[in-house]
Design a binder for this molecule. Structure first.
Ligand code: MLT
Length: 409
């Protein structure tokens, strides 16, 4: 008899964004003429930047000629891309990261979900609340939690993000072994200063803990006092892994390319307390379970670093930041307090009511999709997340509809 991994029964039946998609589809079936505007899941709408398209086309042409054709590539990614990542995403900020420490992949969601495979099941895990659900659900699947009640799993340490701490969680008062952090934050859009990250790095060094740092939204940072990478913090090379993605940075949600940095100096301990290289273990996992990102896609990703690439990427992200500013100012004018939307494409709005009810109201009365804060954890109750990823004109229409709907409530 084929038996189930019973940890799956602890999960909610659907992943957050699948649950929302189901509700939106049901609404569309019932209202076929409704023009639904999606400011829910963070999915880009602008086409790929020209530099990426040109490099993508050229990459495909290379596959058409035996002299430039590529079969299996290196699982860790081609050197042409890894070297540019190290130079332009890290060394530019005086962060000591080498190409050999970069593992190119098809998504930060997959990497942040898969990385937990390297850890023992008896570690103590700290997750922010609200949180990107992948960090939690993948640990539930692996059996590192008990059952859930009131939106929280037994066994996890929840790091609360609240108005009081500006949605940057405080260091826990107990010892934890693994810490998930994400800045600029999904879902709140909050950012962490160098001093705040330093506290986390110091804590992790003291406790021999590891930080899994998700910097998928780094490209939206405009305040130059903010850290672009955790490796700007002294000592982070010993205790932090960083996830990055081209999904939002370069409009690659449908193209798929990302990377994870695992520094050679990051150590993990066996039951006897002996050290092992985390990088060697991740390399072992990656080479066993992954066969690399396609060559044309890696060429398209490389293009963001050269020639007109940086300027085109900045323009692309500035477009969404303009949407974010409009969303934030409109919500603020409605008297709702907001976080994010500056250095971030997400606006975290205090909706002062049950967040699923607010979501239903917006869908039914304005045909606008947002994401209910409760879907990101108990601390998300009373909030909604609005994504800035859509065309400016649609954002304007959506905001007008939201204003009209709220005035009628
Ligand atoms: C989100 O909306 O939170 C993200 O788009 C989800 C993701 O990147 O997987």
């Amino acid at each position: 008899m084929i038996k189930l991994n019973e940890n799956y029964l602890k999960l909610k039946s659907s992943y957050l964004f699948s649950e929302i998609a189901k509700k939106v589809n049901a609404f569309k079936d019932a209202n076929p003429s409704a023009d639904v505007i999606r400011l829910g899941i963070g999915d880009v709408t602008l086409p790929l930047p020209k530099v990426c398209l040109d490099a993508f086309h050229k990459g495909v042409d290379d596959m058409a000629d035996a002299s430039t054709f590529k079969g299996y590539g290196p699982e860790q990614g081609y050197d042409f891309l890894r070297e540019k990542i190290a130079k332009f995403d890290f060394q530019k900020y005086d962060a000591d990261i080498q190409a050999s420490e970069v593992f190119v992949s098809d998504g930060a969601k997959c990497d942040s979900g898969n990385f937990q495979e390297l850890f023992s099941n008896d570690i103590t895990i700290a997750v922010p609340d609200p949180v990107y659900p992948v960090y939690v659900d993948t640990n539930v699947m692996a059996g590192r939690t008990g059952e859930s009640s009131n939106g929280r799993y037994d066994g996890l340490v929840y790091l609360e993000g609240t108005e009081e701490n500006g949605f940057v969680p405080d260091i826990p008062d107990k010892k934890v072994d693994l810490i998930y952090l994400c800045f600029p934050n999904n879902p709140t859009g909050a950012t962490a200063t160098k001093a705040q990250l330093k506290e986390w790095v110091d804590y992790a060094r003291k406790e021999k803990a590891l930080i899994l740092y998700d910097a998928a939204y780094e490209a939206f940072i405009r305040d130059e006092s903010l850290p672009h990478t955790i490796y700007e913090i002294e000592g982070a090379r010993e205790v932090a892994v960083e996830f990055r993605s081209y999904s939002k940075t370069a409009g690659f949600t449908g193209t798929r390319c990302a990377y994870t940095v695992v520094p050679g100096s990051c150590m993990i301990y066996d039951k006897d307390g002996s050290k092992h290289s985390l990088q060697a273990l991740w390399n072992r996992r990656h080479t066993t379970k992954f066969n690399g990102v396609s060559y044309p896609v890696q060429r398209a990703a490389e293009a963001i670093y050269i020639g007109d690439g940086p300027e085109q990427i900045r323009k692309l992200n500035d477009y969404y930041l303009r949407n974010a500013a409009l969303i934030r100012s409109t919500m603020t004018d409605l008297g709702l307090s907001c976080t994010g939307g500056v250095n971030s494409p997400y606006i975290w709005v205090k909706c002062n009511m049950d967040s699923w009810k607010f979501f239903d109201n917006m869908l039914n009365k304005a045909a606008v999709v947002c994401t209910p804060g409760a879907g990101f954890g108990a601390c998300g109750e009373g909030y909604i997340r609005i994504s800035a990823f859509n065309m400016y004109e649609n954002v304007q229409i959506a905001l007008k509809r939201i204003c009209d709907a709220l005035k009628k409530v």
